[in-house]
Design a protein around this ligand. Sequence first.
Ligand code: NAX
Length: 328
Amino acid sequence: MKDPITVSVTGAAGQIGYALLFRIASGAMFGPEQPVNLRLIEIEPGMKALAGVVMELDDCAFPLLNSTVATSDLAEGFKGANWALLVGSVPRGPGMERNDLLGINGKIFTGQGQAIAANAASDVRTLVVGNPCNTNCLIAMNAAKGVPNNQFFAMTRLDENRAKSQLAQKAGVHQNAVTNLCIWGNHSATQYPDYTNAKINGAPVTDAISDTEWLQGEFIKNVQQRGAAIIQARGTSSAASAANGVVDTVRSLTTPTPDGDWTSVAVCSSGEYGIEAGLIASMPIRTTDGKTWEVVEGVEVDAFSQGKIDASVAELQMEKVAVADLLV
Ligand code: NAX
């Protein structure tokens, strides 16, 4: 048996946590031969529910689950973590402005970033899911002194998966036929699902879907608004598909990307594609060895795409300004 990987998960008693932990423990995230240690982090009011989740994990008798810790102490929670999955955050309440939310969550991600730097393994990779995830990731990255910026990610994989399904359904093909789908920018309603570079069965999307008005209108809107549509239908926000996005993101960052393809994840920009350096922006990413990743270069950005990317990056710049006092 290999040495276990230690995975810390915040918001572990929440709905995404409930859909995520069992998939990590079952081997869906790191494969069928990789044992895991789970370190589950909740705030005090969530600890009772978390105890119940731990009972259920015990009751699964997962062969790959080596140990489980449940705690509200960040130092204990991030101890030895190889992966920190930051899912927990405070939801936007009635009358709360986006900037209020940024400020409240910002403080949480400062503390978590510091605790990661002080307690996690040196190779720790952090994936932020809790919204607003790009800017929360920016805050955690800045607070985690000594941890390289290229070990921080924010999740846009659920958006990528949503976009692939939308295109596949429109074209009448299986979703496996859709590749090279990049989500650019912010995980928000300004995100840009780039159909111009996506492929269906290896050919441009427009070969299979000639309805440009749909591609530039309804398709983009459907992806941007999918979270709201799920809340309206289900009465609560996406959880299983979000947890699946987390599993997919980690798998993509730990296994080689298929030749010629890429995946979407928000990373710290070094100025690629004119995106301001230091912002956490979603871009096309690939890994060759399952450890190091790179931004795919040379993806064509036409005028339509550029306008959409600029709008989403402008929103990220505004968010950064709103949390400037937390980025010291
Ligand atoms: P829930 O409200 O069900 O669960 C959140 C959990 O986090 C709660 O149990 C709460 O006690 C805990 N929590 C709050 N503050 C914490 C802290 N400081 N430390 C540790 N735990 C803390 O939300 P859920 O549906 O699980 O969603 C979690 C987050 O994911 C939300 O911010 C949500 O907006 C975000 N999402 C992000 C997505 C993405 O693609 N990036 C998609 C799905 C989801 O909307």
